[in-house]
Design a protein around this ligand. Structure first.
Ligand code: AVJ
Length: 324
């Protein structure tokens, strides 16, 4: 499913330091902490991935359709930032839909390198791309894109273009986003290009609605992590005793998602008991928003030079081109 790629992000350095790679250890660390937290990467089991796909179609959830519009409207201009015989390296390929827009507009792209931790999903997407675009080399890399990985030897001599759409970068803490871009630069090498989709700071009401939709799909998406803990870790969360909360934190420029306990209760999961006060929350996600300038400053701090930015008519979303 499209969302698998997102599951490798470190959502906070502090949180990650406390938690190991296993879901059980993560839950024990996060629910044992005060305030309680869980990494947003655990949203994306198969139900969560399907719910995320439904989110992208909601009237209130503007990011996906806005970015697709920006890509389609500016694909030729984006193509002009891409060198001859380049390799397009996509970090955390969810669906290849966005990359296809670039590839269709940039016939000089000679190779496509989707990087994802889900080998099965990757093989599926690679096969579809080979079928539809037979003239480019499709070279999938089964790796965690937030860590160091090796590019396929076949593209050693090619200029590289990184592609990181979807505002997935917003799930990183800002200092981790800088570190990620620096790391991407190390992997792609000097002279390379990076195209990054970033959600923008905007009217609070628009942001709040996008993460608390009228149909309640985002609420289901958030609450699904409780269901997942019940199923995978023998939990006894009563989903009716928690509610979805999402709000824009103006000072920190981020949407926060929480699960709020509607009563005082003790829950068992992963072989432990966790007490909740009435009104206490589990912090389940941060989704950082940037101005064009604040993202360019972040990119510059990571060693990249902003060369172009494309936006929509409402200034909701930005696609940045960076050069190293
Ligand atoms: C996949 C991280 C880009 O932050 O907008 C959507 C995830 N969470 N609704 C976002 C999400 C709630 C999404 N990203």
């Amino acid at each position: 499913m499209a969302a698998l790629a997102r599951s490798v992000l470190r959502y906070s350095a502090r949180h990650e330091a406390a938690a190991s790679d296993s879901f059980a250890d993560h839950v024990i660390a996060g629910l044992g902490d005060s305030p309680k937290w869980l990494s947003a990467k655990y949203f994306y089991d198969s139900t969560g991935s399907e719910l995320f796909e439904r989110i992208t179609l909601l009237p209130e959830y503007y990011p996906t359709r806005t970015e697709l519009k920006i890509l389609a409207a500016n694909a030729r201009a984006m193509s002009s930032t891409i060198p001859l015989a380049a390799a397009l390296v996509e970090f955390g390929t969810g669906s290849t839909r966005k990359a296809r827009i670039l590839i269709d507009a940039a016939p000089q792209i000679a190779a496509y390198v989707p990087v994802d931790i889900s080998a099965e999903f990757l093989a599926q997407e690679a096969a579809a791309m080979r079928r539809d675009v037979p003239n480019i080399a499709v070279l999938p890399v089964d790796a965690d894109f937030t860590r160091d990985f090796d590019l396929p030897s076949q593209i050693r001599a090619r200029p590289r273009v990184g592609f990181f759409p979807g505002s997935t970068i917003g799930n990183f803490e800002p200092q981790d986003a800088t570190e990620f871009l620096r790391q991407a630069g190390r992997i792609l090498g000097s002279g390379s290009t990076m195209i990054v989709g970033v959600d923008r700071i905007k009217d609070e009401a628009v942001l709040n609605a996008a993460y608390d939709d009228a149909a309640g799909v985002t609420a289901q998406f958030n609450l699904n992590v409780l269901r997942r803990m019940n199923r995978e870790l023998g939990g006894d969360f009563d989903l009716a005793s928690f509610r979805h909360r999402a709000f824009y934190n103006v000072a920190d420029h981020r949407i926060e998602m929480h699960l709020e306990s509607l009563r005082a209760q003790t829950v068992r999961v992963a072989g432990r008991s966790f007490a909740f006060a009435k009104g206490e929350t589990i912090h389940t996600e941060n989704s950082y928003k940037y101005t064009v300038e604040s993202f360019q400053a972040l990119a510059e701090a990571a060693g990249w030079r902003p060369v172009a930015v494309w936006t929509d008519e409402k200034d909701y979303f930005a696609v940045h081109a960076l050069k190293l």
